[in-house]
Ligand binder design. Structure first.
Ligand SMILES: Nc1ncnc2c1ncn2[C@@H]1O[C@H](COP(=O)(O)OP(=O)(O)OP(=O)(O)O)[C@@H](O)[C@H]1O
Ligand SMILES: [Mg+2]
Length: 372
């Protein structure tokens, strides 16, 4: 096991700033995820950690030891690439042992013993004689992973190891990888653009955008309190509803607010926090000072199996997603009212995207409440 410390990592490619001041401390034995959209700098960060790319500035340390003078093959890190490459003319066994023999200099027998040990742990012993073209995509992925784990590095770096797999295999493999990393006691750093992968696999997640860390936290923390509009729109399925408060009229889909002059606010509320009100167009019956409501017309209805995700077209023309039970789902085109506890509404500064607090805490009260 080894911890990973990143301090002030900068990396540009010409005018593109791929990494813009990354500071991170990843604990010994932690399952860590780096989550971000395409082009956010995820692969570059992994390559810098592995030593395959030199940072323009900043320090990578393993267990407190700076790695700047340690070449990639001597670093205690194994990497599984985004487009992993198994040698097509070699069997799985040879693919796994090749790096052990030439990279780590292990004798043939010891390399094979290690390959068999990791293959047995991963339940892929039967694949050892096969060449890549004789295996499915998921099987090849497992062998690529076995090849990395066989190095017995303290740190395993995974760059989108599940991309291109079907949803079912994807869901199985991500749990398998997470438990495998735990069982070998490695520090795992998994790069992904898929929030469900990150949530399922990681003890902690760093959300990255434009080469900067937007937020660092446990999956639950990121879901409950997204600190920026970007994280709010990236974590959760469906994504958090974001409702701008019109600066001139102080109106949002909830109604008229009391907002301090000059404040540009976006409100956020999760589909899970909105509840269908039984009597549409009569929110007053339901409303008290703890509930905010929105009335609109039902647009799309998306079945999830367990419940429905309903899109409500609000008076401001903005779609709003809420969840409701199958039996209570209103018809498309019907009027419907949803309500949530005022404390469940987040307030963000539209200007810099930072979370100001709950709407109540940030003083973005509804006018009816503020002057009641
Ligand atoms: N070798 C390179 N030369 C020039 N630009 C590069 C190079 N590698 C990466 N970039 C640029 O740096 C930025 C970050 O790239 P990176 O590959 O790290 O993103 P990513 O988050 O891994 O994206 P994806 O999810 O698509 O794999 C992008 O704008 C990319 O075009
Ligand atoms: Mg990438």
């Amino acid at each position: 096991m080894t911890s990973v410390e990143l301090a002030g990592i900068q990396k540009s490619f010409g005018s593109v700033k791929a990494l813009d001041g990354i500071n991170l401390a990843i604990h010994d034995g932690e399952n860590f995820a780096i989550l971000g959209p395409s082009g956010s700098g995820k692969s570059t960060l992994l390559r810098v950690i592995a030593g395959l790319e030199d940072a323009d500035a900043g320090t990578v340390s393993f267990g407190g030891v700076p790695q700047s003078n340690v070449p990639p093959h001597l670093r205690d890190a194994a990497i599984v690439f985004q487009h992993f490459a198994l040698y097509p003319h070699l069997s799985s066994l040879e693919n796994i042992t090749l790096g052990l023999r030439h990279g780590l200099g292990l004798p043939k027998q010891e390399a094979e013993n290690r390959a068999r040990e990791v293959a047995s742990r991963m339940q892929v012993e039967h694949l050892l004689p096969r060449k890549p073209k004789e295996m499915s995509g998921g099987q090849r992925q497992r062998i690529a992973l076995a090849r990395a784990l066989a190095r017995r590095s303290g740190i395993v770096l995974l760059d989108e190891p599940l991309s291109g797999l079907d949803a079912q295999l994807h869901a199985v493999l991500r749990l398998e990888i997470a438990s495998l990393l735990r069982s070998v006691g490695a520090t795992g750093i998994n790069v992904t653009h898929d929030q469900l992968d990150a949530m399922a696999m990681a003890d902690r997640i760093a959300v990255i955008n434009h080469g900067r860390i937007e937020q660092l936290g446990t999956p639950d923390e990121l879901y409950a309190v997204p600190e920026t509009l970007f994280v709010a729109s990236f974590i959760g399925s469906p994504a958090m509803n974001l409702l701008p408060v019109d600066a001139a009229s102080a109106m949002s889909a909830f109604g008229r607010h009391r907002v301090e002059a000059g404040q540009d606010i976006t409100l956020g509320v999760r589909a899970e926090d909105l509840q269908l009100v039984p009597t549409p167009d009569e929110p007053a019956r339901h409303a008290d000072d703890r509930f905010w409501s929105i009335t609109g017309t039902v647009g799309l209805v998306e079945p999830t199996g367990k419940d429905r995700v309903v899109q409500l077209l609000t008076g401001t023309g903005q779609p709003l997603a809420f969840r409701c039970e199958v039996a209570q789902t209103p018809a498309i085109g019907a009027r419907a009212t949803v309500a949530c506890q005022a404390s469940a509404v987040h307030a963000y500064s539209t200007t810099d995207g930072r979370r100001l607090g709950s709407a109540e805490a940030a003083g973005v009260l509804l006018e009816s409440e503020a002057f009641a």
